[in-house]
Structure formats: structure tokens, C-alpha cells
Design a protein around this ligand. Sequence first.
Ligand code: ISE
Length: 337
Amino acid sequence: METSLHIGVIGTGTIGLTHIERIQTRLRGGKVVAVSDVAAAPGRRAAETCGGEFFADGLKLIASPLVEAVLVATSDAFHELYVLAAIQAGKPVFCEKPLAPKKDAVRRILDAEMAGGRHLVQVGFMRRYDAGYREMKRLIDARTYGAPLMLHCAHRNYSVGADYHTPMAVENSMIHEIDVLRWMLDEEYATAEVVFPKKTKYAGPDLQDPQIMILTTRSGVRIDVEAFVHCHYGYDIKCEVCCEDGIIHLPDPAFPMVRTQAARVTPICRDWSDRFVDAYNVQIQEWINGTRAGRVDGPSAWDGYAGAVTAEAAGRARDTQTRVRVELEPRPDFYRN
Ligand code: ISE
């Protein structure tokens, strides 16, 4: 029998715990052998539950001979430290999105990976693993309905915590659309703008909600993405791609429609963790498979960088209320194919 990939997980917040649980119980070919968290109590609890060794220091986990591959699920500010350490140790590393909060930090990761000469880094842009987006990409690539001309998208959360502030709509929420749409259209962005509609009464003083981000691609496709993080009805992700010969819609999750009490009722997911649970499973399964085969098949450090450059341009556009050019340098040969 082939041996499993021995994974060390750093960060045992919500997303780290769900990754541990999916690797241990639902996926094949991987085993969590080590766990680290700066908060010792939850970290030790997570390590005990999965039978892994606990490391108070994530850098020691990366250096440990027990660990063949690293999964980083810490808060964003620590991603760079651990991803660079994994590259230095020559170990494959999956890092939750964003690869780092600022583009200069992502650039340092790119430079380190290229200097090492081996593809090791994968970024957790899980929408690329959602069956609906995958099918949309297939239709767009095949030009089944002609070329895409414009996209209308929405990213709606039921509500968010009090610490969620205005920049997070781009950096934390619409970063998913920034990635999945450039992947689906297979091109980079040219300009970014962010406009502010009337503010909902549910948003606190540090949050403009809703926001609309407008992107254009280099070939001229125009995209609008609404982020409405206090929509107060559910977690709802919309994507409509208007092509020359047809309009492609992202499918909603398949819930039965019920006729009851003089109404037709179809449930809507409450949270991103239910809406994209299958995408998360496929993402980590494919990462395990690729890593065992010595490849990085998923979103690369370059994709993390392109996302960070676009998000920074959108952030400047928002802060200055102007349209800003997205200045992304040519993709290095190392990241082609
Ligand atoms: C959160 O961080 C996520 O990654 C979710 O997928 C997203 O929908 C949500 O808006 C973010 O806050």
C-alpha cells in the first residue's frame, strides 16, 4: 500500500480545523501528523483530536522530519513567514488566500520560489474547484457561446463581524472574484474602480456596505462585482457571463423547491463554508494528489501575486474614488504552464 502524504497544519482557527477534519476523515492519500498554533490550548486540542504532534512554533513544525508538506491556515499576516520557511526547507506548501496581505510580500514569495527552482506553493483560491465555475470555464474556453463581453457578479454574505471594515470587501471577499474571473476568462485586468452605493443601516462606522468593484480586462471585457456583506438573507454568490451568443449563469446549489403556505420556497446557503464545502474538499484532494506526484497543479504563487496586484489597484481606486490602472508585469517563464 502506498504511504500517505504527511502534512503539518499551522493555524487551527475555523478553516484550519475544517482542513484537518477533511484530510483525516473525507479525503484520501493525506494524513495530518503535526499541528501548530500560537494559541497553545486550541492547537493542542486539535493535535490530540487528529493524533498529530503539537508544535508551539510553526517554524519548528516546518523543519521537523515528520512533515513532508505544510498547510498554512494562520491569520493572513503570518502567511509570508511560514510560506518562505517552507520554500527554504524545500517542502510543498498550501497557503490559504491571500498568499500575503500586500503585494510586496507576495513578490518576496515569488522570488524565493523561483530562486529555489522548484514549484512548491499553492494558494487556497477554492472557487476554481467549484463544479459550477469549472463548467462555466469549459464553455468559455470552448467559445461555445462566442466571446465573453461583460460579467455581472455578486458576493453577498448574510452578515459579518464588527471587525470587518471597508478594505476587507476587496481584500478578503472580492479577492475570490478577482482570482476566479481572471482564471475563467484567461486574461489579466487593465483597470479597477470601486463605487459606493447608499450604505445599509446594518454597517457600522468603519464599513461601507455595499460596494461595487468594476474591473476591465486587457481585451476590454467589463466586470461588475457587488459586495454586500450585510445582505441579511443568506450567503449568495452570483455570476452571469454575457457572451456574443448566449448568457452563462453560475448554478445555485441544488436545493429542492417546496410549495407551501401560498409560497414557493427554495433554501439559500447561510455561509460560505456550506456553499463551497465541495469545492474545499476537491481543492485539498487535488493538492494532496498533485503533491504526491511532485507537482503543483492548482493556483500558483503567480496567481497569488496577480490577485494581490489587482486588489491593491482596487484599494487605491476605492480610496481615491478614481479609476486605477492594474500594472502587472509579464508573467515569468517559471510560471508559464
Ligand atoms: C471569507 O474570508 C471568505 O473567504 C469567504 O469565502 C468569503 O465569501 C467571505 O466574504 C470572506 O469574508
